[in-house]
Design a binder for this molecule. Sequence first.
Ligand SMILES: *[C@@H]1O[C@H](CO)[C@@H](O)[C@H](O)[C@H]1NC(C)=O
Ligand SMILES: *[C@@H]1O[C@H](CO)[C@@H](O)[C@H](O)[C@H]1NC(C)=O
Ligand SMILES: *[C@@H]1O[C@H](CO)[C@@H](O)[C@H](O)[C@H]1NC(C)=O
Length: 364
Amino acid sequence: MDRAALLALPRLCALWAALLALFPCGAHGSWMWLGIASFGVPEKLGCANLPLNSRQKELCKRKPYLLPSIREGARLGIQECRSQFRHERWNCEVAAAAGPALGAAPLFGYELSSGTKETAFIYAVMAAGLVHSVTRSCSAGNMTECSCDTTLQSGGSTSEGWHWGGCSDDVQYGMWFSRKFLDLPIRNTTAKDSRVLSAVNLHNNEAGRQAVAKLMSVDCRCHGVSGSCAVKTCWKTMSSFEKIGHLLKDKYENSIQVSDKIKRKMRRKDKDQRKIPIRKEDLLYVNKSPNYCVEDKKLGIPGTQGRECNRTSEGADGCNLLCCGRGYNTHVLRHVERCECKFVWCCYVRCRRCESMTDVHTCK
Ligand SMILES: *[C@@H]1O[C@H](CO)[C@@H](O)[C@H](O)[C@H]1NC(C)=O
Ligand SMILES: *[C@@H]1O[C@H](CO)[C@@H](O)[C@H](O)[C@H]1NC(C)=O
Ligand SMILES: *[C@@H]1O[C@H](CO)[C@@H](O)[C@H](O)[C@H]1NC(C)=O
């Protein structure tokens, strides 16, 4: 797991306070809930005081026991987004909220309303995070309305010497809840843009959930004398959230631009490719992304100045690409560590102090 991502989480709290003041709950209702990641124990605040839209508050009141899973889902999603994009120009990070002028830079402010590929990824990874955390909680026996997948208990293939057992993750309840909690009905406005954007957001939410379902796998354990596999018990399990993040990153890289003119259903923007169907697991976007090179305070884009880059890499983390051709600064970082440690009889360890230097490059 990315340590930097974890360390960045507390910063959300500070942002959150500013955010709440900026957008009264409900206005940006479909993503306000992400802020729950920054509450230690959201149960203590009560549903009414959490950054939720009215539908979500209603759901929260009916099922308050789901709050820890909602928080965990938001945390999973944010952390995975940062980890998947840590080497890219857009690194799923918000503008460093410094000083009163910038204090109100919202969490993913621009990306959540802009209909870009980045918007698509955020929606998908967040919807997936919620499925994952709720399902975990079901399997852990923490919930009365869901548990392990009971449809499997009597099946299996006795002739091949295995049977279903243990606890199979049942994603159905998690999928249901993620839909209920996140999928706002398509806004019935005359403004065409916002209708297309809400349809695209809904699609991407579902694509995220489909990724969790698609990556379900089967784990088995052998029982029998001295490790022989005379009896085998198998159960279905969700993949690690990191794997799901990888799949979604791949979908992001192959995401499809759709036309901003909505017909009966969404269509590819590229006229030559209209015949190729859009699958429910594809990520969709409407607008081209900015290049994320330079800071734009208004859009909450921090730019890549000061980001650490890799001088020898040809990839997105290479100084050339990451710094957008502006060049980079180099400074030397001195490490001091204990080394050449020897055990001395008896009984202590004696070490030398070793110094090493590494070059660190940061974008101009
Ligand atoms: C289940 O509930 C226990 C006790 O409240 C908690 O410690 C644990 O983290 C929960 N597990 C999951 C997966 O939600
Ligand atoms: C949307 O609004 C129009 C006109 O205001 C109305 O006729 C239509 O039934 C509404 N559709 C939905 C799904 O609410
Ligand atoms: C920099 O990139 C090169 C080539 O991709 C890689 O081998 C190396 O480990 C990277 N260095 C760091 C510090 O990430």
